[in-house]
Design a protein around this ligand. Structure first.
Ligand code: ADP
Ligand code: MG
Length: 239
């Protein structure tokens, strides 16, 4: 039973989330927390509802039931643009806008934001790219560099939580390791991180907590418990 103190715990709380798509239940009564300063991974097979879950966390999708709380406040009561700055989503496909990396990072920033080169270079550095990338045309970047620019773009908005959808999908092992280190460092600085992945090695390297989805319900545990189970399931599928 959650205590009152828990209710206001800083971070994201998903409570009783249910979503049906195309008349089929995808998420059912899903509940878990992503405290600030931690990395939580959702490890589950393709089609199990990971992207759907992330989209509900910043109101890109309205669930059929349940609530998502940010620092104890229902996200439905937070204006969508403000919410998406506080809860940044790094999508699976690293979409680049025309222009330079600088243009990509500064896009959508308002007068309240620091869009000076120093701030943009800090976001790039956190994502593992040096400041020389600011002047590079975005359409000339490799897949791994694009993935890091999309992460940096989310960071320029000063998020409190980061949602990442398959962050290693476009990366080789070295780049995936770098992104993993970046996420650990961001969590160390107080960010909450929720990453959906089917990359078990990456999950094991970054996770404080792990969740898997079974028939739309969440099973939460330590990375060892959940990833050990995922390994066993993969083995069973092969047999
Ligand atoms: P994952 O990210 O784990 O691969 P998704 O959240 O993308 O899974 O999808 C979960 C399930 O919902 C899948 O079976 C998918 O086919 C289905 N789905 C996703 N979007 C829609 C949609 N717009 N209409 C109907 N079904 C959808
Ligand atoms: Mg997905």
């Amino acid at each position: 039973m959650a205590s009152e103190r828990d209710e206001a715990a800083p971070g994201l709380r998903v409570h009783g989330l249910s979503v049906a798509l195309g008349g089929r239940p995808v998420l059912r009564d899903l509940s878990f927390d992503v405290p600030k300063g931690t990395v939580t991974v959702v490890v589950a097979p393709s089609g199990s509802g990971k992207s759907t879950l992330l989209r509900c966390c910043n109101r890109l999708l309205q669930p059929d039931g349940g609530t998502v709380l940010l620092d104890g406040a229902d996200v439905d009561g937070i204006e969508a643009c403000a919410l998406r700055r506080r809860v940044g989503l790094v999508g699976q496909v690293p979409v680049m806008l025309p222009g330079t990396v600088r243009d990509n990072l500064a896009y959508g920033l308002t007068e309240r934001d620091d869009s000076g080169d120093a701030a943009l270079a800090r976001a790039l550095a956190a994502a593992g790219l040096d400041a020389s990338f600011l002047d590079r045309p975005a359409d000339e970047l490799s897949g791994g560099e694009r993935a890091r620019v999309t992460l940096a773009r989310a960071l320029t908005r000063g998020p409190e939580l980061l949602l990442l959808d398959e962050p290693t999908a476009a990366l080789d092992a070295a780049a995936a390791g770098h992104v993993g280190e970046t996420l650990r460092r961001l969590a160390g600085d107080g960010l909450g991180v929720l990453a959906a992945t089917h990359d078990l090695g990456f999950a094991a390297a970054v996770a404080d907590r792990a969740i898997t989805l079974r028939d739309g319900r969440a099973v939460t545990g330590t990375p060892e418990e959940i990833l050990g189970g995922a390994d066993a399931e993969r083995g069973a599928e092969r047999r």
